[in-house]
Design a protein around this ligand. Structure first.
Ligand code: TTP
Length: 218
């Protein structure tokens, strides 16, 4: 049995689209990190914390120790500063302004754990370049509410796909799970896709699929 320790609908969507059958469980953890910890170490640490918390809940509610729990965390990093989820609309506007016309890194940490004592974790990096964004465009996007539950105040899979000039690396990694690497780990742990044909109705990713460059807005 596979269990996703996350309340992110995007992570569940990616895993479902990847063809996996799984349960979900909440994994509330402290997201405080020691001062000076690098983003790479921090994102891995949070993924492991979420997987461990998920495992504890799962076993408490009668899960089997052989079951595999996935935890993940996504951070946007600009000039070594971590941009998490914005707390206010003003903060979301500031984040988008700082990303405008610049290149940033999206890091996702992913951890797999089982009650039998196995643990593996990884950090995957995607480099994203934004077009220059006008103040009105930023304000309208923030007013839509879309940025508020997303690291860096944008969702590449939604309207903000238009902000992206280009990207290098995994697209699913930006949305919350590095599916290419994750499926390798799952395969190594004996978990295969059960529903290869699984696809949700157009989720906004189709414009990007099969390409490492985002669509142009020009
Ligand atoms: C950059 C970016 C982030 N995101 C999302 C993915 C994550 O859900 C969120 C980053 O927050 P996280 O703290 O990684 O995850 P979460 O709180 O949403 O869910 P949980 O801890 O329960 O697993 O930002 C997008 O959906 N699209 C994007 O383009």
């Amino acid at each position: 049995m596979l269990v996703l320790a996350s309340s992110s609908p995007r992570r569940a969507m990616l895993l479902r689209e990847g063809g996996y059958s799984f349960e979900t469980i909440k994994a509330s953890v402290s997201e405080e990190l020691p001062e000076g910890m690098s983003p790479e170490t921090g994102v891995r640490e949070l993924a492991v914390r979420k997987a461990q918390a998920g495992l504890t809940h799962w076993l408490d509610q009668g899960g089997d120790i052989q079951d595999v729990i996935i935890g993940a965390d996504t951070m946007v990093v600009l000039d070594a500063c971590i941009l998490g989820k914005p707390e206010t609309q003003a903060e979301a506007e500031e984040m988008l302004q700082s990303l405008s016309g610049r290149t940033h890194v999206v890091l996702t940490g992913v951890a797999l754990i089982s009650g039998s004592g196995k643990l593996v974790s990884d950090v995957v990096e995607t480099i994203v370049r934004f077009h220059q964004l006008g103040v009105d465009v930023i304000k309208a996007y923030v007013a839509s509410g879309e940025p508020m539950d997303k690291a860096g105040a944008y969702g590449i899979q939604g309207e903000a796909g238009k902000f992206v000039e280009s990207f290098e690396g995994s697209l699913t990694n930006v949305i919350g799970l590095p599916m290419e690497n994750l499926s390798e780990y799952l395969r190594a742990w004996g978990i295969e896709q059960t529903n290869i044909a699984s696809r949700e109705v157009d989720d906004g990713l189709s414009a990007f699929k099969g390409s490492t460059r985002g669509p142009s807005t020009t």
